[in-house]
Design a binder for this molecule. Structure first.
Ligand code: LMR
Length: 394
C-alpha cells in the first residue's frame, strides 16, 4: 500500500525553518516563519499566559472531555473579542479548533457540505496553506487581484473588478487584518465597497483573522471582520490565538459561523460539532482554557492587552527604522511602504532570485515571494538588512 505514495510538495514557509537551522553562519537572520520574536530573538511566553497556566494547574480538578465544540465559555469569549457587538450572540455558532488552520479546514469542510459547487475565491497572493487545503479537499478555487507590485499597496481597482465576477453562492476569503503575506490592507472605506459588491453578487464572506492586535490595535484590527459580520445573513470567521496570545504550539483557534437567525444557528452549531467529531473528536482544551481565563479576568486581560500593545508598537518601530534606513541609503521613498504596511509581514516585491541572493550572500532568510517577518528584526539587524537590500540592487 505505502509504495503508492508520492512525495508531497514542501510548504515553502516551513521549509525555511530547517534551512535556517542547518546554516552554520553565526550572523544569519531569520525573517521566515511568522513567529513573533523579541529583540533578543526569543519567542516569549506572555506574562498573562504564564499566570493563567499557573491558575489552571492549581485549580483544575479534571481532564475529562469538554464538549465537541470545546468549552462554550471559550467560544463566547472569542466571539466577544473578535465580533464585539456587531452581531447578535444567538446568531453565532462557534467551535474550538486546533489552531487557526484547524478553523480554516473546518470552515472549508462546512462549505463543502453546504455548497459543494461553490468556488472559493482567494486573494492573489494569500497564505500558501489556503490554496493547499482547498486543493487537497478537491474544491473549486479562483483568485482575485490584491497586491499592486508597483506601489506595494492594494490593487483596489483590480480587486473590485475581479470580485465583480464572482457567482451567487461563491465564497470569498478575506484577511481580517495584517494581510499575509503582503502587509498591505484594505481600509474600512474600501471594505464597505467590497461588502456592497459581495452583497450584490450574493457571495458569502469567509474571514481569516490570525493577527488581531498586531496591526492597529485589538479593536481596530477587528473592524473589517465586524463590518462583514454585521452586513451578511451568513459568513464564516476563522480566528487564531497563536500569535496574539503567543501560544503557537497549543493549537488554539475558533471557527465562527454567523447564521441568519437562531434556528439556523442551532443547525449550524450541530453540524460544526459533527465535523469536529469526524476529524478529531474533541478539540484541544489547554490553550483555549488559557485564553478564556485571560479574557474573563479583568486584571489578566489588562496585562495581556498591555503586553500585546508593546509587541505591536515594537513591530511598528522596526518598520519605521527599516523604512528610514532604506530612505537614507537609497535617497528615495521607494521603501516607505514598509512603514505603511501592518502586521508581522511585508512583501518586498522582489524576485525569488533576489531572495536567494540575500540568503546566499548575507544569510538573510525570507520566504521566496519576498515576504519578510518584521518581528525577526532588531535594532542591530535593521541596518544590516537595509544594506543587504541595497547591495543586492533590489
Ligand atoms: C506564517 O504564515 O508564517 C505562519 O502562519 C506560520 C505558518 O503556519 O505558515
Amino acid at each position: 500500500m505505502l509504495e503508492n505514495l508520492h512525495p508531497q510538495p514542501a510548504d515553502k514557509i516551513l521549509a525555511l525553518i530547517a534551512a535556517f537551522k542547518a546554516d552554520p553562519r553565526a550572523d544569519k537572520i531569520d525573517l521566515g516563519v511568522g513567529v513573533y520574536k523579541d529583540a533578543s530573538g526569543n519567542t516569549p511566553v506572555m506574562r498573562a499566559v504564564k499566570e493563567a497556566e499557573r491558575r489552571i494547574l492549581a485549580e483544575q480538578t479534571t481532564k475529562a472531555y469538554t464538549g465537541l465544540a470545546g468549552d462554550p465559555a471559550f467560544g463566547a469569549a472569542m466571539r466577544d473579542l473578535v465580533l464585539g457587538d456587531s452581531v447578535a450572540a444567538d446568531r453565532v455558532a462557534a467551535v474550538a479548533t486546533p489552531g487557526g488552520t484547524g478553523a480554516i479546514r473546518q470552515a472549508l469542510e462546512l462549505i463543502k457540505m453546504a455548497a459543494p459547487n461553490a468556488t472559493v475565491w482567494l486573494s492573489d497572493p494569500t497564505w500558501p496553506n489556503h490554496p493547499s487545503i482547498i486543493k487537497y479537499l478537491g474544491m473549486k478555487m479562483a483568485e482575485y487581484r490584491y497586491f499592486d507590485s508597483a506601489t506595494r499597496g492594494v490593487d483596489f481597482a483590480g480587486l473590485l473588478a475581479d470580485l465583480g465576477t464572482v457567482a451567487q453562492g461563491d465564497v470569498v476569503l478575506l484577511h481580517g487584518c495584517c494581510h499575509n503575506p503582503t502587509g498591505a490592507n484594505l481600509t474600512t472605506e474600501q471594505m464597505a465597497q467590497v461588502i456592497a459588491v459581495l452583497q450584490d453578487k450574493g457571495a458569502v464572506p469567509f474571514v481569516d483573522i490570525a493577527y488581531q492586535g498586531f496591526g492597529d490595535g485589538l479593536d481596530a484590527d477587528a473592524q473589517i471582520t465586524r463590518q462583514i459580520a454585521g452586513a451578511f445573513d451568513n459568513c464564516l470567521i476563522a480566528a487564531s490565538c497563536s500569535k496574539n496570545f503567543g501560544i503557537y504550539r497549543e493549537r488554539t483557534g475558533v471557527l465562527m459561523a454567523v447564521a441568519k437567525d437562531p434556528v439556523q444557528q442551532a443547525l449550524t452549531q450541530q453540524n460544526l460539532a459533527f465535523l469536529n467529531r469526524q476529524n478529531y473528536s474533541f478539540p484541544p482544551d489547554h490553550g483555549a482554557r488559557v485564553v478564556t481565563t485571560i479574557l474573563t479576568d479583568p486584571a489578566l486581560r489588562a496585562d495581556w492587552e498591555a503586553e500585546l500593545e508593546d509587541t505591536r508598537n515594537g513591530m511598528l518601530v522596526l518598520r519605521q527604522q527599516l523604512a528610514d534606513e532604506l530612505r537614507r541609503l537609497t535617497n528615495s521613498d521607494r521603501f516607505d511602504f514598509l512603514s505603511a504596511h501592518r502586521g508581522m509581514f511585508s512583501r518586498l516585491g522582489t524576485t525569488p532570485e533576489m531572495v536567494e541572493k540575500l540568503r546566499a550572500e548575507h544569510g538573510i532568510y525570507m520566504v521566496s515571494d519576498s515576504r519578510l517577518n518584521i518581528a525577526g528584526l532588531n535594532a542591530t539587524t535593521v541596518p544590516i538588512l537595509a544594506q543587504a537590500i541595497v547591495s543586492a540592487g533590489i
